[in-house]
Design a protein around this ligand. Structure first.
Ligand code: PMP
Ligand code: GLN
Length: 392
């Protein structure tokens, strides 16, 4: 038989699904895949339930329900001072993953170069390859995840069609500095490149910092598409409701890709997300504050156990160096050992690289109930104590 598409044939199942399956098989505390273990606000879920019963439950408009597009435009103004036309500059998608596919398929043609920053969220590479694009990888380097500006400058050329920028960044929990964003914006303008901005963690930023979209930098309004996810903003990851903001001329081809991928997103969920986006300041502050407390609880516990916990300015994730544990082995091996023997699932950071990955870091997800965090820490402590006494 003829070969099936090599972009999707024989590749690994995503590390998130793989680790969640292993966690289930071994009865492990799942700190691998990034999802909260408590569902988001009751009033948003109630709005979805009411809308589901009241209907209509038929195809909503292809670009999304007007009330959600208006709420996304309002949120852009409220949080970032961006002036957005809800009718022509907002598109609702079935999650940020679909939004990324829409944007990459609509903007990238075969042979175009696309700049990606490693560690990268795992769907970027296959989507760019499926579009026929040529990935040009640069990286931020642990432990401080500093951006090598010279390497980034070298990665850009007149062949560059786009950069995919994930800010705040998974798995590094890095928030790019204004200076770095300015530098990236200048490169995009200089080389006439688009920016596909994956900003799903825009509201999960800690320590009083505020997110600033690349789109707000000079020259970027017309060349950026900005992606958000209700899954992250409202702790409802299973809903898969996303949204794209972009200039009408860019959003038009993006919507054409969307119409052949999913066409629409369930209307009841769209209504509920529109309600959620209009929540007052206390909701957004409460979300970040609550996550920050969990971050600190887990960071303190992991440091005490010998993990080299890296700084975490945003997202759901703590990345840790594993060298000091004395277990030996790569990140993949250590994650396998921890899920099987300690009963705690994490994710190896090497999964976020195309090639030549560092193998000394693993990622823990901290958007979990306090007792779950404590149970994971107790299991890790028991396992590491036993492992150390064995090797002594
Ligand atoms: N981008 C990043 C950086 C992510 O971490 C995730 C994970 N949820 C997504 C995109 C996908 O978001 P969604 O679930 O809305 O498709
Ligand atoms: N974004 C989530 C993470 O980084 C996973 C989402 C998924 O499993 N597709 O853990």
């Amino acid at each position: 038989m003829k070969p099936t598409n090599p972009v999707f044939t024989g590749i690994n199942t995503t590390v998130f699904e793989t680790m969640s399956r292993l966690a289930m098989a071994h009865g492990a505390v799942n700190l691998g895949q990034g999802f909260p273990d408590v569902d988001g606000p009751q009033d948003i879920r109630q709005a979805a339930a009411s809308a589901l019963l009241e209907g209509p439950n038929q195809y909503p408009p292809m670009l999304g329900l007007p009330q959600l597009r208006e709420a996304v435009a309002e949120a852009n103004r409220r949080f970032y001072g961006l002036d957005v036309d809800p009718a022509s500059e907002v598109l609702v998608t079935s999650g940020a993953t679909e939004a990324l596919a829409d944007c990459i398929f609509a903007l990238v043609s075969p042979g175009d170069e696309v700049v990606l920053i490693e560690p990268l969220y795992d769907c970027y590479l296959p989507l760019v390859k499926q579009a026929g694009g040529i990935p040009v990888r640069v990286r931020v380097t642990p432990p401080h995840w500093t951006l090598d500006r010279q390497a980034l400058e070298r990665a850009f050329s007149d062949k560059t069609k786009a950069i995919v920028l994930n800010n705040p960044m998974n798995p590094t929990a890095k928030v790019f500095s204004h200076d770095e964003l300015r530098f990236i914006a200048d490169l995009c303008v200089r080389h006439d490149a688009y920016a596909i901005c994956d900003e799903v963690y825009e509201h999960l930023v800690f320590d009083g910092q505020a997110h600033r979209p690349l789109m707000t930098f000079e020259g970027m309004r017309e060349r950026s598409v900005r992606i958000g996810s209700a899954g992250k903003t409202f702790s409802l990851t299973g809903w898969k409701v996303g949204y794209i903001t972009g200039a009408a001329g860019l959003l038009d081809p993006v919507a054409k890709a969307h119409q052949w991928l999913t066409f629409t997103t369930p209307p009841a969920l769209q209504k509920a997300v529109a309600f959620g986006l209009r929540k007052d300041e206390s909701y957004y502050l409460g979300l970040a504050g609550d996550l920050m407390a969990r971050r600190d609880r887990m960071a303190e516990g992991l440091s005490g156990l010998g993990f080299a916990v890296l700084p975490c300015a945003a997202t759901y994730f703590l990345t840790c160096g594993i060298e000091g544990l004395g277990l030996g082995g790569t990140d993949v091996e250590v994650c396998e050992t921890l899920v099987r023997q300690a009963g705690v699932a994490a994710v190896p950071v090497s999964a976020f690289y195309g090639a030549d990955a560092p193998t000394g870091y693993i990622r823990f997800c901290f958007c979990k109930r306090e007792e779950v965090i404590d149970e994971a820490l107790a299991r890790l402590s028991a396992f590491l104590t036993a492992a150390r006494s064995e090797s002594a």
